[in-house]
Design a binder for this molecule. Structure first.
Ligand SMILES: NC(=O)c1ccc[n+]([C@@H]2O[C@H](COP(=O)([O-])OP(=O)(O)OC[C@H]3O[C@@H](n4cnc5c(N)ncnc54)[C@H](O)[C@@H]3O)[C@@H](O)[C@H]2O)c1
Ligand SMILES: O=C(O)C(=O)C[C@@H](O)[C@H](O)[C@H](O)COP(=O)(O)O
Ligand SMILES: [Zn+2]
Length: 364
């Protein structure tokens, strides 16, 4: 296997994202100097991955904080149970959290690390494609509330991220496909080569050991690293670029769909639907060409992601979208494309355009 790729994230507190096969033994090297105790946040369902990881932490006192699987873990009561566990172990500021799991686990574990003692170090070991290319990188952490997705959280950057592609060997196909939703999103907002790779490759060939999958991971992480290095806290970009909000492409509707379904849809699937929706919106409220709208449907559809949806009333979805973090007062704001890899913010689109785009989404 080839050597690991190291992608630096050049924020004020820089760190590395290490991508490769069989790279788990790099974990101790990513922990800050002086750490004595490590709390591994991990769902019970990934127990088989836990033992080999804990074995690598010889010389540290290791505590395991077991959490529920998936979205169920992004809950304040689960965070409170983790705080309780850290308290019982007397965790100090020289100790660290390691997350082992998908994006739900890195979001929750990152939030626990961000809030315990107002912030202790965290290293993410993502085990899904989605978490490798997106959730583990960039420092957004959070939990859900009854009002919606990720409404409580903070920016807390990791000390390092370890993407061992070998871990994807056990990932169910639907989960890998869901991760491709965020990969393809990166293609549309910033790196069209990603789209070409997806369009050129037989989807079934995108497996854990595929060199193309590795290139897709590296390119997506590079997109995210560049965006967050320029605008970590989503204050806005320069020259009309939305800054970090660009990474939220497709997410305004996606999060509303997730809430409407009681999180019965995978995040990456909802993102695919949300991206088709904003493409339809940009075709009406902006100038996105019909060809680019069609390319959205083709790219997401090619890998098996949904490109149409009509599972809730638009009024319900609209109410949820109003509390999206990009909203300002009563004004909804969406990230749309004015062209390939040219994201812009569309502020206050008309309700007529919003509804027409939803009708187009249902009809496709
Ligand atoms: N913070 C961010 O910037 C950011 C970015 C994107 C997504 N997210 C969040 O990430 C979450 C989605 O992450 P996800 O798609 O990884 O879902 P997930 O964490 O729910 O994991 C999906 C499923 O895969 C299983 N799984 C994980 N790794 C496995 C492995 N190696 N083998 C077998 N099964 C495995 C899990 O147990 C789970 O059942 C959402 O909550 C989303 O909001 C956050
Ligand atoms: O990192 C970001 O910024 C993103 O928007 C990446 C998204 O893929 C991710 O789902 C994120 O959690 C959404 O953030 P939110 O601020 O809308 O909760
Ligand atoms: Zn996302």
């Amino acid at each position: 296997m080839s050597a690991p790729t190291v992608i630096p994230v050049a924020t004020a507190a820089p760190y590395d994202v290490v991508v490769g096969h069989g790279v788990l033994d790099r974990l101790p090297g990513l922990l800050p100097a002086g750490v004595q105790r490590v709390a591994i946040v991990c769902p019970e369902s990934l127990e088989d991955l836990l033992e080999p990881l804990a074995d690598l932490l010889d010389g540290y006192e290791v505590v395991v904080l077991q959490v529920p699987d998936g979205e169920e873990s992004k809950d304040w009561e689960v965070a409170a149970a983790c705080w309780e566990g850290l308290g019982e172990e007397g965790f100090t500021r020289s100790d660290a959290v390691v997350t082992l799991g998908g994006g739900a686990t890195t979001d929750l574990g990152g939030f626990v690390a961000a809030t315990w003692l107002r912030g202790v170090a965290v290293v993410h070991v993502p085990t899904t494609l989605l978490a490798m290319v997106d959730a583990a990188v960039g420092g957004k952490t959070g939990i859900n509330t009854p009002a919606g997705k990720n409404l409580v959280g903070s920016f807390h950057e990791p000390a390092g991220v370890l993407c061992d592609l070998a871990l994807l060997a056990t990932l169910p196909r639907e989960e890998l496909v869901a991760g491709l939703g965020e990969v393809i999103k990166c293609g549309f907002i910033a790196d069209p080569r990603i789209l070409e790779l997806v369009e050129e490759t037989e989807p079934a060939d995108l497996t854990a050991d595929s060199p193309v999958l590795r290139e897709l991971v590296e390119r997506s992480v590079a997109v995210k690293a560049a965006v967050v290095a320029g605008d970590l806290k989503e204050k806005g970009g320069v020259d009309g670029h939305p800054g970090r909000e660009a990474l939220n492409y497709g997410h305004t509707l996606a999060h509303a769909i997730e809430k409407a379904t009681g999180y019965g849809i995978r995040h990456g699937e909802a993102v695919a639907i949300g991206c088709v929706y904003v493409a339809e919106l940009a075709a009406r409220a902006g100038e996105l060409s019909p060809e680019l709208v069609a390319r959205h449907r083709a790219a997401f559809g090619r890998v098996g992601l949904p490109t149409s949806w009509s599972g809730a009333s638009f009024d319900d979805l609209l109410a949820t979208m109003r509390v999206d973090k990009k909203s300002r007062g009563n004004q909804l704001r969406f990230v749309v494309l004015e062209d390939l890899a040219k994201p812009v913010v569309l502020a206050g689109p008309s309700e007529e355009d919003l509804r027409a785009a939803y009708a187009a989404l249902a009809g496709s």
